[in-house]
Ligand binder design. Structure first.
Ligand code: PLP
Length: 440
């Protein structure tokens, strides 16, 4: 903290030396960057998450006192499933322990296993890829469309082989992947589609809720997500057969005919009644909160797109509703006197607007190579096939996006519209003084 002080007094002296009045010097001083000791644009925190009230408390306590904590003897999970399916316009919903479990269960229902390939985007949360690896199938990365941050659906066709068992688009940040292009190639090549909608609660493609467009759709209700019960997840589908398979898998392979009839492979990935009752309560606010995020995000885009060096994520034309789990934009240091993204993020945080640089290239993380190096994978795949898979990973646009991306999280969008003005104000302030920071 001493350095900024001495810089300020230095600037004051320099100002006097070249004939600035003291008032000008002082005005410039109050404008100086928070990271250099100036006053931050914002000092209040963003809205707290999750938002809970007395009804949540009462509902949760009712479950506690009932002693029915497991869905096998309660009805909270079933009630939530009905509400979620109804809200999304899906025939079935199955609530599970978390989003990862939803993905693992869905891939099991599709019969994805050893020898199979699954097409995934590289710009996603690691769980998308882990779900594939847990079934001893191989993830095949299709590069991103950097303008939208979504999988480049036009590049999927070229990645399909006779072993492709599933296409897994991710609706990243709450926007939608190009589902027209995904569904068209999937139909032509007769490959099932599993939508990872873990970030896209209530998002829409051509007026239909994402997650209901493919064969199966998965949601996460983990603490950071737009619908939150700490940990939770759900699968939606219109397919009766897939529904039965998912139902069975997440319930230790039970058949619907009885508690002690085990037909299929499975695990216990069930949701608890505590999670389910919180979801039911949180669901009552989801529509309002989503509308607010969307309105704020649209306004923020109108402000940020006027700032040289910033490119807010574009939406595909048929994405008719964006859930804005993340507000994503690309940062070009050339618009900010060469200021690095990392330094920009530090300066922005100091102004009271926390933001993140987002994902790193997943295929460079050790988990991938280490997973493929386990005995299970080695027993299934030849060393040559694994080497070819790793060598074949070529996602230069994702590499670039990972360097340029900036995210604001969904809670940043839950306050008043003036919060958006403040974000733009903080960014413009950093831009005006960027050259000083580059030198600092
Ligand atoms: C959060 C998330 C998941 C996993 O959900 P969990 O509930 O954390 O297991 C999967 N995919 C994406 C894209 C996610 O954001």
């Amino acid at each position: 903290m001493r350095e900024p002080q001495s810089r300020r007094s230095f600037l004051g002296v320099a100002g006097a030396a070249v004939g600035f009045s003291t008032t000008t010097a002082r005005a410039a001083d109050s404008e100086s960057l928070a990271i250099l000791g100036g006053k931050p644009v914002r000092s209040e925190p963003y809205p707290h998450w999750p938002i809970i009230d007395q009804d949540d408390e009462r509902a949760w306590l009712d479950v506690l006192r009932s002693g029915r904590w497991c869905r096998l003897n309660g009805d909270q999970a079933r009630k939530f499933e009905e509400a979620w399916a109804h809200l999304l316009g899906a025939k079935h919903a199955i609530a599970v322990a978390n989003g990862t479990s939803a993905l693992v269960t869905s891939l099991a229902a599709l019969g994805v296993g050893p020898g199979d390939e699954v097409i995934v985007p590289p710009y996603t949360f690691v769980a998308t890829v882990n779900a594939v690896l847990l079934h001893h199938a191989l993830p095949v990365f299709v590069d991103v469309d950097p303008e939208t941050f979504q999988i480049d659906a036009r590049a999927i066709e070229a990645a399909i082989t006779d072993r492709t068992a599933c296409i897994m688009p991710v609706h990243l940040g709450g926007s939608s992947a190009d589902m027209d292009a995904v569904l068209s190639v999937a139909q032509t090549r007769q490959i099932p589609v599993l939508e990872d909608a873990c970030q896209a609660h209530l998002a829409e493609w051509r007026g239909r809720k994402v997650g209901t467009l493919g064969n199966l759709g998965c949601f996460s209700f983990q603490a950071s997500k737009n619908l939150n019960c700490g940990e939770g997840g759900a699968i939606v589908t219109n397919d009766d057969r897939l529904h039965d398979l998912c139902q069975s898998f997440q319930n230790n392979g039970r058949s619907s005919s009885g508690l002690f009839a085990y037909n299929l492979p499975g695990a216990n990935l069930r949701i608890s009644e505590f999670q389910a009752v919180l979801l039911a309560r949180q669901l009552s606010r989801l529509e309002d909160q989503s509308r607010r995020r969307e309105q704020n995000a649209q306004y923020l885009t109108s402000l940020l797109k006027e700032i040289p060096g910033l490119a807010p994520a574009r939406m595909y034309q048929n994405c008719t509703r964006n859930a804005y789990h993340l507000y994503m934009f690309r940062y070009d240091a050339n618009g900010f006197s060469g200021l690095s993204r990392q330094r920009f993020l530090q300066a922005l945080a100091a102004e009271g607007v926390p933001a993140a640089g987002g994902y790193t290239p997943l295929y460079d993380e050790p988990f991938l190579k280490n997973s493929l190096d386990t005995r299970g994978f080695k027993a299934i795949y030849s060393a040559q096939r694994i080497a070819n898979l790793l060598k074949g990973i070529h996602c230069p646009r994702n590499d670039q996006l990972c360097k340029e991306a900036i995210w604001l999280t969904q809670t940043t969008l839950l306050g008043p519209r003036s919060d958006m003005d403040q974000i733009a104000l903080a960014i413009r302030k950093i831009q005006r003084h960027a050259s000083k920071l580059v030198k600092a």
